[in-house]
Design a protein around this ligand. Sequence first.
Ligand code: SAM
Length: 221
Amino acid sequence: MGKFQTEKKYHTGINDLIIHLKNSKFLTDDRVESALRNIPRHEFVPKSELDYAYDNEPLPIMKNQTISQPGVVVRMTEWLDVKDGQKILEIGTGSGWQSAILSYLVGKGDVYSVERHPELVKFAQENLKKFNIDNVHVILGDGSLGYSEASPYDRIIITAACSEIPLPLLDQLKENGLIIAPVGDSSQSLVLLQKTSKGIVEIKNHSKYAFVPLHGKFGKK
Ligand code: SAM
C-alpha cells in the first residue's frame, strides 16, 4: 500500500484526535497510531460529515448505519493484537475504515469483511480503492453466519451489537485465535475471547458501549 498524502487542512484534526486518544489511554500502541495517520478517517465519511471526521464520535454513513467512534475503533484494534500476515474476519464493513486499519496492520495478510447492505459494500469498496488496498475482500451477506469459505481465521471482529457471539463465528476461529465483539442489549460490553484447546476463555471485558445491532440469522434477539 502506498503512503497516502493527507490533505494539510486535516493535519491538526488528526494530531488533536491522537493526543486526545493517548491522554485518555485508548491509544497506546505505536503501530495503531501509524495506522490512524496513514488511513485518515475523513476519506471514509460522507461529504456532509467531513467537518466532524476527527471528532471522537460515531458519524452517520448511510442506511441508518454509522462509522464507529475513533476511540472504540482504536480500543478494539489494540485488544485484537493483530500480527503481520494474519487472516482476519470482520463482520460489519460499514465505511471500510476499520477494514483499512486492519489491512495496514496485517501487511501481507488478508482481511475478509462481510456487510449486509449492498450500498455500504459499494461505499466501502470505493473508499478502499483510494488507498489501492488489495488485501481487503468485502463480501455482501449475513455476517452472523461468518464467512466459512476463507476460514479458519486468526482474528475475528464484530462491529455491531450482538446478544451473544454467533456460534458459526466461534467455529470459524483458529485455535488460540482471538474474537472481539460488543455483547449486550441496550448497552454493550466489549468482550475479548480466546479459543483454546480447553474451550473459550474471556481475556478482557469493558462495559458501556453503544453499537448498532447485528442483524441476521445469529444476530440480536
Ligand atoms: N466497521 C465499520 C466502519 O469502520 O465504518 C462500522 C460498522 S457499523 C457500526 C455496523 C455495520 O454492521 C453496519 O454497516 C451494518 O450494516 C452491519 N451489519 C449489521 N448486521 C450485519 C450482518 N448480519 N451481516 C453483515 N453486516 C451487518
